[in-house]
Design a protein around this ligand. Structure first.
Ligand code: HEC
Ligand code: HEC
Ligand code: HEC
Ligand code: HEC
Length: 342
């Protein structure tokens, strides 16, 4: 039965109405990166083993936002314009500002942006990821077969590991582009951040302790920074196109998103001259072939999907060793966002 006839039929109408009603209630949660509250264990558990990481996270705005967001006058103004009474109960704000966990039947915020906002909710992977095959085994002594099996399980459970730069980056951009038209136009929420992946991941957010046995918090290697930089630029383009795809009115949101997408495109052109790999060329071609205009969602999302595939190949297929030409463009430590913890 074609969809429209199905909707016209009585049963179809009931089904459609239910889906539609829930769709509205759940839309903000379904459309973004907020970890599923049913699968969240919470940063306290992670911190029992990852002490240094938890301490450094405790000094970030991701952490302090949990307490500070509701105290800000600006929050109350935004909430009022959005007709939201309690910020910590509003799924819209909870999406990006908090980590929530089930308390009884309800999702309740337990922290700001936390471990599982970036590494994925952990209930199904936390016991697996640190089991190296026996009480004595460590990640260094783990048998090859055990490791293979463990990583397959982690992948299936959706853990976002540091090696998956594409998934890490797309998480950041899903929040930092603020892709909610009404929140920006009506709520007058800031229309996203001046986000750059190297600068924003190597400053206050940085936690890189395992490599040195928790002795220091070193920045990413020059090779890794190149991959972070290039993949960051591709993902920036992808999410700005996704943002433009959602614009329906000529107002702040649409204007800012289109402006950012254009500038991401310009930057990407510069980058492409320095790294002429096939994936980079493909991304340029796809972006050049789509119009940044209102109500052009389908074409823009299709383009973003293609860019996503190419960006994933860039992230998994290259180690950055041949991309030294990018070094001149990569932000320097004095441009990092916030101070890294020691
Ligand atoms: C019982 C101890 C324990 C707990 C609890 C724990 N971890 Fe781990 N985690 C480890 C160990 C051990 C490693 C491996 C370190 C190494 O490579 O030597 C690890 C590694 C990691 C890695 C790097 C994995 C990789 O593939 O390189 C991430 C990310 C991580 N943990 C995140 C978390 C998060 C998020 C939580 C909370 C949901 C958590 N961990 C809870 C012990 C733990
Ligand atoms: C779940 C949504 C979400 C994700 C995912 C996320 N952020 Fe954020 N980030 C925020 C919010 C919200 C703030 C503002 C917090 C506040 O000030 O209350 C913020 C603030 C920051 C800041 C501080 C900015 C300043 O003004 O100094 C940095 C740096 C940052 N994020 C980097 C990152 C990086 C890097 C990633 C990905 C690895 C990332 N964020 C992923 C939501 C998110
Ligand atoms: C799509 C993700 C997203 C949603 C939804 C969201 N925010 Fe934000 N918000 C952010 C990010 C990211 C920042 C950090 C901007 C920066 O400093 O780069 C932020 C910053 C803020 C700030 C600080 C503004 C400033 O200029 O520094 C306030 C206040 C705020 N948000 C309130 C709210 C309220 C209230 C809601 C719910 C009605 C909400 N936000 C929903 C992502 C979001
Ligand atoms: C804003 C996103 C974000 C948050 C929040 C976050 N991580 Fe990470 N995590 C990352 C990124 C990005 C990397 C890769 C670091 C790099 O490439 O410089 C990483 C790397 C790691 C690693 C491996 C690096 C190492 O050697 O230490 C561990 C372990 C880890 N995270 C655990 C945690 C735990 C535990 C928490 C909460 C206390 C947490 N993360 C919070 C984004 C995040």
């Amino acid at each position: 039965m074609p969809l429209i006839e199905f909707i016209r039929s009585r049963l179809g109408w009931v089904v459609f109405s239910v889906i539609f009603a829930f769709g509205i209630v759940w839309m903000p949660l379904a459309a973004d990166a907020a970890p599923d509250p049913k699968l969240v264990v919470g940063p306290k558990d992670c911190g029992e083993c990852h002490k240094a990481v938890a301490e450094s996270w405790g000094k970030t705005k991701h952490y302090s936002g949990f307490r500070k967001l509701t105290q800000r006058k600006e929050s109350r103004r935004i909430a009022k314009r959005m007709k939201i009474r309690r910020i910590k109960r509003a799924s819209l704000c909870m999406n990006c500002h908090f980590t929530s966990k089930m308390k009884g039947k309800r999702a309740r915020p337990i922290a700001g942006v936390s471990c599982e906002s970036c590494h994925s909710p952990a209930k199904n992977w936390v016991d697996v990821h640190q089991n190296f095959g026996g009480a004595e085994a460590t990640s260094k002594t783990e048998a090859a077969g055990h490791r293979k099996e463990r990583l397959a399980k982690l992948k299936a459970a959706g853990m976002i590991r540091p090696s998956n730069i594409y998934a890490l980056a797309s998480n950041c951009f899903q929040c930092h582009t603020v892709p909610f038209e009404k929140l920006v136009n009506v709520g007058k929420h800031t229309p996203g951040s001046k986000f750059e992946l190297v600068a924003w991941s190597q400053g206050e957010v940085r936690h890189n302790y395992v490599a040195s046995g928790e002795k220091s918090n070193d920045e990413a290697s020059p090779e890794r920074k190149r991959v972070l930089f290039l993949v960051g630029k591709a993902v920036e383009l992808e999410y700005n196109l996704r943002g433009v795809a959602k614009s329906t009115k000529k107002a702040t949101y649409a204007v800012q998103m289109a402006r950012r997408a254009k500038s991401a495109m310009e930057t990407f052109k510069k980058v492409a001259e320095l790294v002429p790999t096939p994936e980079v060329k493909e991304i340029l071609d796809v972006a050049a072939g789509v119009k940044l205009k209102l109500n052009n969602g389908k074409a823009l999302v299709a383009a973003a999907d293609k860019i996503s595939k190419a960006a994933q190949k860039l992230a998994s297929g290259y180690d950055g060793s041949k991309w030294a030409a990018l070094d001149a463009l990569i932000p320097k430590p004095n441009q990092y966002q916030g101070k890294p913890a020691k």
